[in-house]
Design a binder for this molecule. Sequence first.
Ligand code: ASP
Length: 352
Amino acid sequence: MRNAFLVVGGLLLGASMPGQQPAPEHKWAVVLHGGAGVIERKSMDPKTEADYRAGMQEALNAAAQSLQNGKPALDAVEAAIKLLEDNPLFNAGRGAVFTADGVNELDAAVMDGSTMGAGAVAGVRRTRHPISLARAVMEKSPHVLLVGPGTDQFAAEHSLEQVPPSFFFTERRWQGLVKELEKEGKPTPPRPAGVGPAPAKPVAMLEPAEAHKFGTVGVVALDRQGNIAAGTSTGGLQAKRPGRVGDSPIIGAGTYAANQSCAVSGTGTGEYFIRLTVAREICALVQYEHMPLQAAADEVIQRRLTALKGDGGVIALTPDGQMAWSFNSPGMYRARQSEGGKQQIAIYKDEP
Ligand code: ASP
């Protein structure tokens, strides 16, 4: 029997007859980032570089596997981000940067392009996976954004893993904070409870402190049903003022997804991304100006963000499988793959 077809949100989908499995009409795709910043070949040792690439590959594989199995885009986004949150190299979950008070305050958001459901959290201190908490806010509460102590309380009520604040601690980020505060002439806060004394020998900084200004992680995915989703997770900016919230959990600024246009996750100095509503702006250019995704991302990052003297980058994709990234910093940790295609993993500006 011939398939019937139906048009949903401008997409042609094969509709199955009763009793048949719907044939996937879309090739999956995924793009991720691990933060933008001053990342240059000359300041990166080979081992560190290999570790970053391996971390991105692990997350990319997890997302690809989930999409290959026919799972929703949102599942792929969450699976990949959870790995990046657990990886101490990235500024999200374990390995996050500290506030000027020496505390980890974590922000995250997810958005489901098929429903335009969104969930976000800011100022998380005890929940191991802020991305899963953002998803729980979307799926299990009538709200979009929770901040402060209410976030961890909500997580605990929904049985999301709680950890002591020292779980997120890394010596490397702490030393980065100490250096930054010294530079700014500010006092160093006491070491967090439960992390032990400072090591006798200073830890290797891996890269100059500047490189650690960013390091947020984000994933956008397109599933075989033709739905897109976006997620972002971060510790924010190093030595940020306690209570400061960046763009990552602000829907339309650092995170956005709608099947009518595109999915975006950003990284950079959040204050600029919020004022430019970077993520939504890119999708608006796609939706209303019918711009190709790469042109829309470049317009907002290379022109508008740069004109405002903001720095950072984005990853993006559309339901018809266009993938893009754009950044105006010397580098951005980034990776992508589409069904049947090769993996692409890159760090420096001159890599394709
Ligand atoms: N955009 C994040 C923020 O401003 C930082 C980052 O991308 O690393 O909180």
